[in-house]
Design a protein around this ligand. Structure first.
Ligand SMILES: Nc1nc2c(c(=O)[nH]1)N[C@H]1C(S)=C(S)[C@@H](COP(=O)(O)O)O[C@H]1N2
Ligand SMILES: [Mo]
Length: 418
């Protein structure tokens, strides 16, 4: 066996899903998004590039970490975690009225009053209300996903109803353990209506205790964190300790102070993975990448290879008129990675069928992989760009090109052909 074949044999499950696409079995499995054929289905270069792609789900300990705090809560010793309420045994949640913009809350719950909501109560609610869904966790400021997995929890509204809120609640804000230092507090907020209702087929906002079928670990915000499906990471407060019901009509997020568009939902964008920096003249070029599927969906991933000595058309800053070529969106994987128990999508995960296949593809709020084989090029210096086109046919970075609303800039990579 040559090197490429050996490599493919080892990564059979990753490559198989790609080549399935071409056959009838693949066509049955895949959605209407997959169409057309690659320039060469039997390219070993492309097969090897696809085999190198990481799994779509991320093991909980392999997420990139951006947590704040001095010390960072998940780095406390086990004893100090227990004392701080950062273990399942010691965790509790206060659900209170905002003292400064107080709505009516008939049954506030707090540690101080001795009736805080605890982990046992959360598990009791979970028996009848648990929900699971797949989602990328993406930092608005960083742009690329920190990781993706299946998050499990109880809808926040189920906890809030226990506190018996009155009619004048307009927003909910919440924060987590912060070493009892006000300046370390990390706070987020949501309109009360978003907590009560799940618009546009979104999953609910959850109080989360599991990731990829395992108890939520300390680094990911365990024992309990918030997870807001359609939002960037800063809405998903870790080490959750307080939920505050307020009559305040506007956002008071920590990220608002940082100048961000705090109610912006996830954007779609494409990026390359293992993009070649150089290629041989006249030889096909294998391209691979991933895309984040934001609230607008992804109908296409496209790329565009441009000679650096040729000028871009003027008056088209977002390259809407460039000669984009369609890449292939890879079919859903058979193995999602991420350390799922028995390598299976947990039963009952929203958006997946009984055998763990996604009901729609690309799946919103997740990631996908893409690939393309570009015909050989003459020697020269080139720039490789890629973009997503959303379900309305709008190409990246539109309709929200503003960086403060989340990363959507078109990626550019240099490529030298020799
Ligand atoms: N308590 C607390 N929660 C937090 C943060 C934090 O610093 N403290 N960081 C937020 C930000 S900015 C992001 S992007 C996500 C990252 O989640 P992750 O660590 O699970 O990837 O956590 C959010 N939740
Ligand atoms: Mo973030």
């Amino acid at each position: 066996m040559d090197k490429v074949q050996k490599f493919l044999a080892r990564h059979e499950q990753l490559t198989r899903r790609f080549f399935l696409r071409v056959g009838a079995a693949g066509a049955a499995l895949l959605s209407h998004h997959l169409r057309g054929a690659l320039a060469a289905d039997d390219s070993p270069e492309l097969a090897a590039a696809i085999a190198k792609l990481e799994t779509l789900f991320t093991a909980p300990e392999a997420f990139q970490d951006v947590s704040r705090g001095d010390p960072i809560p998940h780095e406390l010793s086990e004893d100090r975690k227990a004392a701080a309420g950062l273990t399942q045994q010691s965790w509790s949640l206060d659900i209170l009225a905002d003292p400064e913009h107080a709505p009516a809350v008939r049954r506030p719950m707090s540690k101080e009053a001795g009736n805080a909501f605890d982990f046992a109560a959360l598990q009791q609610l979970a028996e009848t209300h648990a929900v699971k869904f797949a989602k990328v966790m993406t930092c608005l400021n960083i742009g690329c996903p920190l990781g993706m997995g299946v998050w499990e929890g109880v809808p926040l509204r189920e906890l809030i109803w226990l506190a018996k809120p009155g009619d004048d609640v307009r927003r909910v804000y919440y924060y987590g353990y912060h070493n009892n230092a006000a300046e370390q507090m990390f706070r987020s907020s949501l309109p009360f209506a978003r907590v009560l209702e799940d618009p546009f087929d979104l999953p609910p906002v959850i109080v989360c205790y599991k990731l990829n079928g395992q108890w939520l670990n300390s680094a990911r915000g365990g024992p309990v964190r918030m997870v807001v499906p359609e939002a960037y990471g800063f809405k998903s407060v870790k080490w959750l300790t307080h939920v505050v019901l307020t009559n305040l009509p506007h956002a008071n997020d920590t990220y608002a102070d940082d100048g961000n568009d705090v109610d912006s939902p996830l954007k779609s964008f494409a990026a390359t993975l293992n993009a070649p920096v150089s290629a041989k003249a006249s030889e096909p070029i294998a391209l691979t990448g991933y895309a984040q599927v934001g609230i607008g969906g992804v109908s296409k991933v496209q790329y565009f290879l441009q000679r650096d000595d040729e000028e871009l058309a003027s008056g088209d800053p977002h390259l809407t008129q460039a000669p984009w070529r369609d890449a292939e969106i890879l079919a859903p994987p058979e193995h999602w990675g991420g350390g799922l128990p028995d390598n299976k999508i947990p039963a009952g995960t929203l958006g997946f069928d009984d055998v763990g296949r996604p009901r729609t593809w690309p799946m919103r709020l997740g990631k996908i992989h893409w690939a393309a084989l570009h015909p050989g090029l003459p020697a020269g210096e080139y720039t490789l760009r890629c973009r997503t086109v959303d379900d309305k046919g709008i190409g990246q970075p539109l309709p929200r090109p503003q960086r403060r609303s989340g990363h959507a800039a078109i990626e550019q990579m240099p490529l030298v052909v020799k």
